[in-house]
Design a protein around this ligand. Structure first.
Ligand SMILES: Cc1cc2nc3c(=O)[nH]c(=O)nc-3n(C[C@H](O)[C@H](O)[C@H](O)COP(=O)(O)OP(=O)(O)OC[C@H]3O[C@@H](n4cnc5c(N)ncnc54)[C@H](O)[C@@H]3O)c2cc1C
Length: 386
């Protein structure tokens, strides 16, 4: 183990993996440790993003983390079907684990401390669960989301990676197929074909409550596969997620004392899509550009301010979605959104909306179902099917 570190990265999830790749690109001899309480990097996830979310300069170090790419994707609503001409890409956590392990082995200054929990995280030190105290000028805490968030709806999903008995007709992803019966808020199906016979089928809900009714949702995935003319040969993997879509935010401030909070821990995610890749890629790039110190100064202040202002607007959209539309009418909002110009869709996902884009969201005739009276209604009880 190196005797001294420049960086201590708490949490071996997506954010710190990206920070490590960015720092290694900046300086292959960087001295850093990743501290992860589990035995693997990245958990059990499929993470996706629009390829236009990758900031300039990041492609070189980020490209090896991409497991699969598509040139476009489709969305389906009762009154709109559209091909979205924006590239889409996925990272598989199993591939990320391999990549980070390999880089950790190759790089002389990198130490992967797996199955080691951090029990105390300070601005310049971390205490591990066996009492070891590590020190470094920069400590980054990306230990994941807080247990509870006040004031939010939820994006929740169950995904099945499946081997199919026959090849699929199309290898174009469907990011929102809402031609399904609506239950428990806005329900849609998400489909990522990795090969003619390998596909991720994911049931997703934008709901008032966080409960996942696994037996019911699994049956719906089976029905979706069957109703779309596919036959399952085997189930490879299941993943689940319950992500808050907040309208109250806990975001990093530029002059915050203590360790640098990154990833979900610092509110570096898109409140209205729950994607964090666009913002954590930008943050990773900035951290690497600031090597060997922690980001600071005017550029950092501007970066934080921009994220806070974009996040506030996205959280207003969450409040409108969850508090002024009854659950069964929420799909109208997304159908309207996917009629927007391609550039607005792209900027929405990358959390880089212009004033004109924001006006487009708020002005004009509201989608069907909008009701201010909803504001005074009690939210639907947690997880209850509607
Ligand atoms: C199932 C799922 C799918 C998602 N899909 C997408 C997607 O498609 N696109 C997208 O952009 N975003 C997606 N997200 C949202 C977001 O990108 C992820 O939540 C992402 O993993 C956040 O990165 P992170 O590093 O902040 O947290 P995590 O990846 O959750 O990493 C936190 C890590 O810290 C570790 N840890 C926690 N406490 C300690 C401790 N005390 N000591 C040591 N280690 C600790 C945890 O074990 C974990 O490995 C998804 C989230 C989930 C749950």
């Amino acid at each position: 183990m190196p005797t001294s570190f420049e960086y201590l990265l708490v949490g071996g999830g997506l954010q710190n993996s990206l920070i490590m790749l960015a720092l290694l690109h900046r300086n292959p001899s960087v001295r850093l440790a990743i501290i992860e309480k589990d035995s693997r990097i990245g958990g059990n996830h499929t993470w996706s993003l629009h390829t236009t979310d990758i900031p300039p300069g990041a492609m070189e170090w980020f490209k090896p983390a991409i497991s699969h790419e598509w040139p476009r994707y489709e969305v389906r609503f009762p009154n709109r079907r559209r091909m979205i001409e924006i590239g889409y890409a996925s990272i598989f956590s199993a591939d990320l684990h391999e990549l980070i392990t390999q880089r950790g082995t190759d790089a002389p200054g990198v130490e992967l401390l797996l199955e080691r929990g951090a029990i105390e995280v300070g601005a310049h030190h971390v205490t591990l669960d066996d009492g070891t105290r590590l020190e470094a000028p920069v400590v980054i805490d990306s230990s994941g989301p807080k247990d509870s968030i006040q004031g939010c709806g939820y994006q929740k999903f169950v995904g099945w990676e499946v081997e199919l008995a026959e090849p699929m007709k199309s290898l174009t992803p469907i990011v929102m197929d809402s031609l399904v019966e609506q239950h428990d808020g806005f329900r849609f199906h998400y489909m990522l074909p990795y090969s003619p016979t390998r596909c991720l089928f994911e049931e997703t809900y934008f709901s008032d409550g966080p409960t996942l009714d696994l037996p019911v949702i699994r049956r719906r995935i089976e029905s979706y596969i069957h109703d779309n003319g596919y036959r399952m040969a085997s189930l490879i993997r299941e993943e689940t997620g319950v992500l808050p879509m907040p309208w109250k935010l806990d975001l990093v401030t530029a002059d915050e004392p203590g360790p640098l909070r990154a990833g979900y821990k610092g509110g570096w995610f898109h409140p209205a899509t729950c994607y964090s890749l666009p913002v954590i890629l930008r943050l990773s790039q900035l951290i690497a550009n600031s090597y060997p110190t922690r980001p600071a100064g005017i550029e950092w202040e501007k970066f934080v301010k921009t994220h806070r202002s974009q996040s506030r607007f996205a959280s207003l959209l969450n409040a409108l979605l969850f508090r002024t539309f009854p659950p069964e009418a929420r799909w109208h909002i997304f159908e309207r959104f996917y009629g927007f110009p391609m550039d607005t869709i792209r900027r929405f996902y990358s959390l880089e909306l212009t004033t004109g884009d924001k006006l487009r969201f708020l002005c004009g005739r509201p989608p069907r179902g909008f009701s201010l009276r909803q504001l005074w209604r009690q939210p639907v009880s947690a997880g209850k099917e509607s």
